[in-house]
Every structure is written in structure tokens, then in C-alpha cells.
Design a protein around this ligand. Structure first.
Ligand code: MSK
Length: 611
């Protein structure tokens, strides 16, 4: 927070008016300067910057998915003995999507072919990604009509980098179309694969009770924090920390036990599946270390502050990087590989235990939020309809009858340019008070957890209709859907809502929207773009990378709305909830469900007539 006070954001770069694509610049398009040295105008420069950010976000999420496909392949080949297939049903579902035969075959054979098919999606040169078929039919036609259907995941990322090099694509609308296409390669490609493959390997989430905030750190135990995005090593750590031998070793050093907690999306991965508590979201990474109670912080990829290495030197925390892709100067590096994952996990836990006697004074803020996490789309379907009648119909029905006004995804990060969590919580409070069901992911979901919004306890803050539905089902008004890559679960939920009927025939018809109140990462922008490309209205508050170009901003709102039915608008925090409610009201009106209908009570005869 002090650093962000001291280092003011560069207003030229923040507004998307700085072009650094070649060494003739950087060109800053401010004041009377309308074009760069090469003649690129403001719209081209802003659109090029946005496209590059989206490609970087897509690369991060999709590479995460690729690593999981590799892990699945290693498991199938018997080269990753610490892992196994935990959700056979999901493996068979994904096999079906890829056209992999499952009859009379060993699970390992199916897994191997699924992993190979998944990896082939990255290098596909022509055609379309297989998972696009999971979208509503009309949505697929829109993508085809506007040439937005992605080919291979890597191909779209590479083409975006090519198009944005100096002197290549210099038409803002054309560049922004490519931003849509590369975002779809992640949303319905790399991210969706990451979610599915994680579920196959580590289990599809089901609701689980846990806690979040710095108070989950234990005064009398060895505290280990995992941070980043990948579930592979962290899942292994979950297994190892309850090993009796290691627990005895911890006691021999004077600790009462071993306490594992997470930060950011590695936290979300093991919170959703194993109920491991979270020490907080993005801006808690340094704070968790500052408590003086963290013996070991283990990081993998994405959203990791370089400052952690310096901070670790000021206390006793050992700071360890584990991804072969990501080293941090000053950190200890123990590279992860699937084959030796159990040994690495044990080694790291021993390291943390050995460090416990070095602990000095501690300052643990005793705040925690009770929460329920782990709402996979499969579980949402089950909870709505039960084991034999699992269906999204009750959700659609309650939207149609007006008890639920709409559904909004509240996603994305923290940004020290605004008070931590304040924008997220304010948005959620206002939405649920207006009977909007909220689904949340990433660091926004953890913010909700910290502040108690993932618990049915907050139902008194929900509007009467939403409250009635949530009480009947037994859920909170805000559902935790997982990590950043799990935003793909929201795509799946939207496709299912369309499929079940009554709310139009495309995602763009749904009374739904998305918002990132405190975004900072390229990945958040990419997520927003793939929702817009999928037909959703998306709002971002905070930094606006097209502020310098009204033309680029218009293309992402009106321009995209004409093509995809979705849009991405950067707007003021005070105005955003009003805009979302207006957007949803417009969708309800178009569907003809804006007028409350009389409730009809059916007697047995009427029910028989229905059947
Ligand atoms: S971790 S991308 S700060 S949500 Fe997924 Fe959080 Fe944003 Fe990183």
C-alpha cells in the first residue's frame, strides 16, 4: 500500500496512450500528439495494448491448462505415482466431448487419449476448438459468422503477438476482434480444460465449510502458505501435512501441529476441493508474511510479488519458488515435477518444521470469515434438482417468476489503487439487496469469504425473493465457484441455463452480467473479454486501458454489442450497480418477464394435466 502511494500510476500508460511496440518510441499520445512516429493513432495504440494484454492473460490461463494435461498424461503412463484419477465420471464426460471411446477400456488408456487430445487443442492449426461445441448453438453461429471461433490455443496467442508487432495490424476494430478470438481460446479452451482436468485429477468440488482471512494462521502450529495458481503441488502438500510421522516431527520442535493455508488462486483450488482455509486474497500475500507466523511460503505461478523475497529476509519465513517457469531473485528454488512431487512436498514440510524454532514475535490479526466454498456447476445442478432430477430449471424458473432478478459474476483481483475489498463488497451488498444471485471466483470470491458473504448467515442482507430461494435450497446469496480458471464454470452454467429453456436461446438473452470491481491482472481483462465474446455484458471499474481513445472504448461497447451481443465497459464505481441493474432489466423486458406474474397454485388435477 505504501509503494502504491509512492509510485503514482503513469497516467499515459494507464489510459492506453503509450505505444512501446518498437524502439522508435515509446510514443506517448498526449495533448496535441495524435499519432506515433509510425502514424499509429490513439485507437490503434489502445486496441493493440488491449489485445496484447488479453493474449498474455490467455497464455497464462492456457499454459496452466497445458500443465494439467501433461500431469494427466504422466498419471496415465504411470510416471506420477503420487497422483490418481479422482473423478472417473468427469474423465468419461470429457472423453465423450473429445470423441474418445470409453467402452471396454482401462481408465489409464482413456486418460492417456484424453490428455493427448487436450494437448492437441493447443497446436491445432485449422478448424475450431472442440469445446466450442459446449456453447449454445446460436452462440457458435455468431462466432462463425464474425470469424471469431478460435483455432488452436497457441495459434491464437501467437497470431495476436504477431498482429500487434510494429507495422502489422493497424485497424482498431480488427485488432479488437482478435482480442475476442484469443480470449475465447482461453475461456472455452485453455481455462475450461484447466478446470476439467483439475477436477479429473483432484476431484470435482462439492460444498465444503472453511474459513478465510489472516486469522486462519495458527499461533502454536507450523504455518505453511501456498500461493499462486496451480493445484498440483498444493494438493500433494494437503496430503503430506497430515502424515503422522511429520506431525510427530512438528511436535518434537515444539509445535502443536502443521497448518496449511493458501493465498490467491492456489488457495481457491485447495479450498474448493479440500476445504483448506485461505489466509486471504492477492493483497494479503505480504501481510501473511508480515505476521511473523509463516514458516514457509511456497509459490508456483502468477500474481506473486517479487517483494516477497526481500520481505522474507526481514523475518524468519523461508520463501520458495517451485515452478520451473518462475524464479524470483533471492528466493530458494525447488523445481517441481510430477514424478517427484511426493518427495518434494515432504521435503518442504520438513523445511517448514525446522524453521519453527526460529520464529520470533508474531502479529496475527484474529479476523476470519466462515464460508462455504466449492460450487462446481455439477453441484449447482444437483442442488437445484436433486439426485434424480438434477437440472438448472429451478434457477431459470425463479428468474422467470422474478424472485431472482438476475445472476451476476463478481470476479477478479484486488488493486492497491483502491481500498482492498471495498469495491467488491459494496457491489455484492447492493446486488444481493436487489435480489441478484452472485457467483464469484478468484480473489473476489476470497474477499467475499473474508467478509462473511459466502455464508447463509448474510441472508438477511438479501432481497426478499433471493432470500426465499436461497433459504429453500440452503445456500448463501453468493456462491464461490473457484479460482480464476474456474470462471469457465460460469460459462458452463450460462450455457446450461440457455439449454434448459425459458430464458432465450443464447447467453446474450440471459438476465446476467459480469463485473470486476478491483481488477489489476491481464488475466482479469482476458476473462472480461471472453465473457463479452460469449454474449455477456461486462463492467470493469478502476483502471481503464482505453481511456485515451473514445473510439476504442466505443468499439468494445457498441461495436462488440453489435457483433456478439456482449460488451466490456469501463465505468465509475458509483455508477456500476445501477448500470448492471438497468442492463438486467433490459434483458428481462426483452424476454417478457419484466412483469410479475400471479402465482398459480396447482391442485392434483392440474398437475396430472401438466404431466
Ligand atoms: S489470483 S489474477 S489477483 S483474481 Fe487468480 Fe487474484 Fe486476480 Fe491473481
Amino acid at each position: 500500500f505504501q509503494r502504491s502511494e509512492r509510485i503514482k500510476a503513469c497516467p499515459i500508460g494507464q489510459d492506453g496512450a503509450c505505444c512501446s511496440m518498437c524502439a522508435m518510441g515509446p510514443c506517448r499520445l498526449v495533448g496535441k500528439t495524435e499519432t506515433g512516429v509510425c502514424g499509429a493513432n490513439r485507437a490503434t495504440v489502445a486496441a493493440r495494448n488491449v489485445a496484447r494484454m488479453v493474449a498474455a492473460g490467455a497464455a497464462a490461463h492456457s499454459d496452466h491448462g497445458r500443465d494439467l494435461a501433461i500431469t494427466l498424461r504422466e498419471v496415465a503412463l504411470g510416471k506420477a505415482s503420487g497422483y490418481r484419477i479422482r473423478d472417473e465420471r468427469k474423465l468419461r464426460m470429457v472423453a465423450g466431448l473429445f470423441g474418445v471411446s470409453t467402452a471396454d477400456r482401462q481408465l489409464s488408456e482413456i486418460a492417456l487419449e484424453v490428455a493427448e487430445k487436450a494437448l492437441a487443442e493447443y497446436g491445432r492449426q485449422e478448424g475450431e476448438l472442440t469445446y466450442l461445441a459446449r456453447a449454445p448453438q446460436k452462440r457458435q453461429e455468431i462466432w462463425r459468422k464474425h470469424n471469431l471461433a478460435p483455432r488452436g490455443i497457441d495459434r491464437e496467442i501467437a497470431e495476436t503477438l504477431h498482429r500487434t508487432t510494429m507495422g502489422t495490424d493497424q485497424d482498431a476494430a480488427h485488432l479488437l476482434d482478435q482480442a475476442l478470438r484469443v480470449s475465447l481460446a482461453s475461456g472455452w479452451g485453455g481455462s475450461m480444460l484447466a478446470t476439467d482436468l483439475s477436477d479429473i485429477l483432484f476431484g470435482t468440488p462439492k460444498p465444503v465449510a472453511s474459513r478465510a482471512n489472516l486469522g486462519v494462521l495458527a499461533e502454536d502450529q507450523v504455518n505453511i502458505i501456498v500461493h499462486g495458481h496451480e493445484p498440483t503441488l498444493s494438493e500433494m502438500l494437503v496430503e503430506v501435512v497430515s502424515d503422522p510421522e511429520l506431525l510427530a516431527y512438528a511436535r518434537s520442535k515444539g509445535a502443536a501441529g502443521i497448518n496449511l493455508a493458501g493465498v490467491c488462486c492456489t488457495a481457491n483450488e485447495i479450498l474448493s476441493r479440500q476445504g483448506v482455509p485461505s489466509a486471504g486474497n492477492f493483497l494479503h500475500q505480504e501481510l501473511a508474511m508480515l505476521t511473523g507466523a509463516t514458516e514457509l511460503m511456497v509459490v508456483d505461478v502468477q500474481c506473486i510479488f517479487q517483494s516477497l523475497a526481500e520481505l522474507a529476509k526481514k523475518g524468519h519465513t523461508r520463501f520458495v519458488t517451485t515452478s520451473p517457469k518462475a524464479m524470483v531473485e533471492g528466493a530458494e528454488h525447488f523445481p517441481f515435477d510430477e514424478e517427484h512431487a511426493p518427495e518434494l512436498a515432504r521435503k518442504l514440510v520438513r523445511m517448514a518444521i525446522d524453521n519453527y524454532p526460529n520464529r520470533r514475535e508474531t502479529f496475527i490479526p484474529h479476523h476470519t470469515g466462515e464460508l462455504i466454498a466449492g460450487y462446481s456447476h455439477e453441484y449447482i445442478e444437483y442442488m437445484l434438482g436433486g439426485r434424480f432430477r438434477a437440472s438448472f430449471w429451478p434457477l431459470n424458473d425463479n428468474i422467470i417468476n422474478g424472485r431472482i432478478f438476475g445472476v451476476v459474476g463478481v470476479c477478479g483481483c484486488n488493486n492497491p489503487r483502491s481500498p482492498q475489498d471495498a469495491g467488491i463488497i459494496r457491489t455484492i451488498e447492493e446486488l444481493i439487496a436487489h435480489d441478484v444471485l452472485v457467483v464469484s471466483s478468484g480473489c473476489s470470491a476470497l474477499a467475499c469469504g473474508k467478509h462473511g458473504y459466502l455464508s447463509p448467515e448474510v441472508l438477511d442482507k438479501a432481497g426478499p425473493g433471493l432470500r426465499e430461494v436461497c433459504e429453500a435450497i440452503g445456500i448463501a446469496p453468493v456462491l464461490h465457484l473457484g479460482s480464476c480458471v474456474d470462471n469457465s464454470r460460469i460459462l458452463t452454467v450460462m450455457a446450461a441455463m440457455v439449454a434448459v429453456g425459458g430464458l432465450g436461446d443464447d447467453v446474450s438473452d440471459l438476465p446476467a452480467a459480469g463485473i470486476a470491481p478491483e481488477w489489476m491482472s491481464e488475466k482479469a481483462l482476458e476473462i472480461g473479454v471472453y465473457f463479452a465474446a460469449s454474449g455477456a455484458g461486462v463492467y470493469f471499474t478502476g483502471p481503464n486501458p482505453v481511456a485515451s481513445s473514445p473510439e476504442a472504448a466505443r468499439l468494445m461497447t457498441e461495436g462488440w454489442a453489435k457483433k456478439t451481443g456482449g460488451f466490456l465497459e469501463f465505468t465509475e464505481p458509483e455508477a456500476v450497480v445501477g448500470k448492471i441493474l438497468e442492463h438486467i432489466a433490459g434483458k428481462r423486458k426483452a424476454l417478457g418477464i419484466n412483469v410479475a406474474k400471479e402465482r398459480v397454485l396447482y391442485d392434483m388435477e392440474a398437475r396430472r394435466a401438466l404431466a
